[in-house]
Design a binder for this molecule. Structure first.
Ligand SMILES: CC(C)(COP(=O)(O)OP(=O)(O)OC[C@H]1O[C@@H](n2cnc3c(N)ncnc32)[C@H](O)[C@@H]1OP(=O)(O)O)[C@@H](O)C(=O)NCCC(=O)NCCS
Length: 160
């Protein structure tokens, strides 16, 4: 699937294309946005190697400017084999607030639905909790801290 995000008129009718990418393509944007100053390898996830892993990428003028990844994974204390995890939700700063994150996550949710998944979960950074709320996720439990990346909530969303 390919989607187009139409940008504001002041951006001269430019648009952003969202389509599947590989884990290798996603890695540099993840590292830049989520792990600045750290080695590229820190932004690689074990789930990238899952045969059903899916990576959505957003392109502006041919350059990758945002990514998101989903793969089958059960949250702790769950026995739901149809659960998927969202990781590496990252849009370059210059493109925030334009609908890129929404479109990337929409691709991922569609993919999970197509693959028969019924639940999507993530560890959401508290600073962007509202993004996940807008996208239909709900926090479960108390805030907790992940070293280096800071305060988070466990969030879940049903996949129709
Ligand atoms: C979180 C992130 C992916 C959102 O991407 P984005 O392209 O800026 O988001 P969108 O423009 O698609 O926003 C979708 C909706 O979420 C809301 N939203 C997005 N970021 C928000 C924020 N920081 N605070 C409040 N609302 C926010 C938007 O207002 C919009 O709602 P609306 O449609 O009702 O207006 C992006 O800000 C980012 O990469 N941040 C840095 C990395 C990060 O923290 N990733 C998450 C790790 S858990």
């Amino acid at each position: 699937m390919v989607s187009r995000v139409n940008l504001k008129p002041e951006m001269c009718g430019a648009h952003i294309l969202v389509r599947p990418v590989t884990a290798d393509e996603a890695l540099p944007i993840r590292a830049e946005v989520l792990r600045p100053g750290l080695m590229l390898s820190v932004a690689a996830y074990a789930g990238d190697a899952h045969p059903e892993a899916y990576h959505a990428g957003a392109f502006f003028s041919g350059n990758l400017i945002g990514v998101a990844t989903v793969f089958p994974d059960m949250p702790l204390e769950s026995e739901n084999p149809l659960a998927w995890r969202l990781r590496g939700m990252a849009v370059q700063d210059a493109f925030h607030g334009l609908g890129v994150g929404r479109t990337l996550l929409g691709h991922c949710i569609d993919h999970v639905a197509e693959m028969g998944g019924n639940l999507l979960w993530c560890y959401a950074r508290t600073v962007v909790l509202e993004f996940y709320r807008v996208m239909g996720f709900q926090p479960l439990g108390d805030e907790f801290v992940i070293p280096v990346s800071g305060p988070h909530y466990f969030m879940v969303r049903k996949v129709p």
